[in-house]
Ligand binder design. Structure first.
Ligand code: QAP
Ligand code: CO
Length: 171
């Protein structure tokens, strides 16, 4: 297992559209193991392969307190079950240190493949529903900051660019 490097906004690679997975192989499972290690270490509750520069339609999620309910989503799709949207304060491992309210549908049906390549379906609500939608956005090159005003987004972009420049100098 290995911890992977997380790309940070505004890295243009975060805008890549991920490719569907043709076959769930041991190699893919190794990448998924590394994604969990990376996500748990952060710590985070969701990570899309895009964020670790792997452009495949793969997501890891675990919203449990004890980090003992891993959820693997391969080639995920969802449909909205309840049109009513609610605000949730979102963060992102690729936008460290920033949290903002985003409105999304609160009830969805998820269809995906699991770690063994088996198809499954589940209904998700609340935080899990929000997290799934946030992570699926990543696979389409979309970030939660895209839902904010240009002013807020540019402020976040400027602060992160400044932080990245400082990190470069220190490296
Ligand atoms: C997406 O985000 C999410 O800024 C997952 O400094 C978040 O795991 C969906 C994290 C909230 C719904 C609600 C963020 C860690 C983790 C940071 C995460 C940070 C350290 C974010
Ligand atoms: Co994210």
């Amino acid at each position: 297992m290995a911890k992977l490097t997380i790309l940070e906004y505004p890295d243009p690679r975060l805008r890549t559209i991920a490719e569907p997975v043709a076959e769930v192989t041991d190699e893919l499972r190794n990448q998924i193991d590394d994604m969990f290690e990376t996500m748990y270490a952060a710590p985070g509750i969701g990570l899309a392969a895009t964020q670790v520069n792997i452009h495949k339609r793969v997501v890891t999620i675990d919203i449990s307190e004890e980090q003992n309910e891993p959820l693997v989503l391969i080639n995920p799709e969802f449909e909205v079950l309840d049109d009513e949207q609610e605000k949730y304060q979102e963060g992102c491992l690729s936008v460290p240190g920033f949290y903002e309210d985003v409105s999304r549908p609160q009830k969805i049906r998820l269809k995906a493949l699991d770690y063994n390549g088996e198809a499954y379906e589940m209904v998700a609500e609340g935080l899990l529903a929000v997290c799934i939608q946030h992570e699926l956005d990543h696979l389409n090159g979309k970030l939660f900051v895209d839902y904010l005003s240009m002013l807020k987004r540019n402020r976040i972009k400027g602060k992160l660019e400044k932080a990245h420049k400082l990190q470069e100098k220190r490296a």
